[in-house]
Design a protein around this ligand. Structure first.
Ligand code: RIB
Length: 299
């Protein structure tokens, strides 16, 4: 019998064009960079692959263009043993592309041309209703229309499913969506956007997390990671590693956390597992190329 937990990831599929340079350019500035890489990416796809490599049975709901990037991405998902039955094609829009700059500290700047990702609709979600009903966890981000995220969240809530939201890119969200979400995973910028509180230290992180949870959400995890589990607040420090590239680290964190919670661990245990997975990812170049396998994690 297959004991793998079922996770449905709903989100974006992109191709990443990455240039490494000593530092990130300022507005209006041209700088000479170093190596160029073209890698598969997209927050949804990265999270789907992370969940699959870390031991879940994953269905990925997404939309690609009818082009080479889209077809290449589809082949990758199949090779990762992800269920691609609900990866739709938009014949009028190109597949998503992200332009990424990475500096010598591994920090990045990302700009996304969403293309077909922006056509993933509530009607598409309806086609995958049975998969959502069968799932342990539904994992989403915000690189697809907010209307689709809201629709899928309402459906998952109706079916009594665990909903995990990585609210990236930062965007303001209504309380109705937050009330139906079990766990939200904002980074510093996203936490500031959701709470209206500038996060500069532990105290302000605590206040930001409190403000977000007042909107009706029980569990909040933050980069680093500052965690609120029901009434408990705890700071779980990130592991110290030699960071090469942080691209997709939040995606690995989100995918890993979803697997661990689906397997019945507590939020704190799941954050420790997710921290360990993300710590491996930042020591490697790229998004999907950096995602670890379950056997690499000793937590
Ligand atoms: O989180 C990293 C991802 O964000 C990249 O792979 C890029 O495609 C953007 O979606």
């Amino acid at each position: 019998m297959d004991t793998k937990k079922k996770i449905v990831v709903i989100g974006s599929s992109n191709t990443d064009m990455v240039i490494k340079s000593d530092r990130l350019p300022k507005p209006g500035e041209t700088i000479l960079g170093g190596s160029f890489y073209m890698n598969p990416g997209g927050k949804g796809a990265n999270q789907a692959i992370a969940a699959a490599r870390l031991g879940a049975d994953v269905t990925f709901i997404s939309k690609i263009g009818y082009d080479l990037f889209g077809l290449q991405a589809l082949e990758i998902y199949k090779s990762e043993r992800i269920n691609t039955e609900f990866i739709f094609t938009d014949s009028k829009k190109p597949s998503g592309v992200a332009l990424i700059s990475v500096d010598s500290f591994g920090e990045n700047c990302i700009i996304v041309a969403s293309g077909a990702n922006q056509s993933l609709s509530p009607e598409d979600i309806d086609k995958a209703k049975d998969k959502i009903r069968e799932a342990d966890t539904i994992l989403m981000q915000l690189e697809i229309p907010l209307e689709t995220v809201e629709y899928a969240t309402a459906l998952a809530y109706e079916y009594g499913k665990r909903v995990i939201l990585n609210p990236a890119p930062a965007s303001s969200l209504n309380n109705e969506l937050l009330k139906k979400t079990n766990v939200i995973l904002p980074n510093r910028i996203e936490a500031e956007m959701l709470s209206g509180i500038k996060v500069t230290n532990l105290k302000s992180a605590h206040r930001a997390v409190q403000a977000i949870s007042c909107k009706g959400i029980e569990n909040v995890g933050k980069e680093g990671a500052f965690v609120k589990e029901k009434d408990k607040y705890i700071m779980i420090p990130a592991k110290e590693v030699d960071t090469i590239d942080t691209t997709g680290a939040g995606d690995v964190f989100s995918g890993a956390l979803s697997v661990s919670l689906s397997e019945g661990r507590s939020l704190i245990e799941a954050v420790e597992f997710a921290n360990a997975a993300a710590a491996i990812a930042v020591t490697r170049i790229g998004a999907q190329s950096a995602i670890p396998y379950r056997t690499e994690i000793n937590v």
